[in-house]
Design a protein. Sequence first.
Length: 244
Amino acid sequence: MKQEEKIQLINAVLKEYFKTHTEKELAKNFMPLFIKAGIFEKDKKNGWPIRELLRDLNEGKKLKAIPYTIAERKEKNINWFFAPSSEAPQIIEKATIAPKKETSQSKGRSNSDEYYVIDLCDEILKQKASRQHTFDFLRGDGNPGKKLPVDAYYAKKNLVVEYYEKQHTESVSFFDNKQTVSGVSRGEQRKIYDARRKEILPKHGISVVTISYSDFGSTKKLKRNKEVDLAVVRRILKKHIDNL
């Protein structure tokens, strides 16, 4: 697999993970997720495959390709972490924190299957979605609860579109068994937040449409036959919107 393809899949995995997780996590701890997604065949040397990739990107000054990355420099090495993209500075030089930066339109994420599918929705609905949109009334647990993002919001249609990638429906025990501030496992919390979106948004007059990778076939990564995929998306949207 080419490096560009690995980066796209890594961003897709991290995007899905940080929908329901707010804490930074050591990059090496994501290896079970990356292996399940087919990015790496196996782990070795305590997360070496992902650490090596991040090191190569850093040396080539391309670390922004994975906007979730935090690199904490020590005297002799770098400790690699991933965190929610809106909170993830590129480099931390010991105690100095780089300013936050907007990363939702970064190349890695914009090439993901999620962005591709939302682009199709944009074309069909004839308007640009607000991506990773948040609402003040849609929040996670905690005090105060963090605003829960949605994949795409179409204000003129009062419509939210959520795209579910394969890893969204498959659990990884290393992460999903960890406890959250609300006292439930992360896997259970993800299900709660998915259900909360579907419950709360309609109460505010906003329809929710879920499009799954499985709607396009059985492969992990979409084949991207645009005409065929447009027909699939149009059929799904038509169930909720008239005059398409």
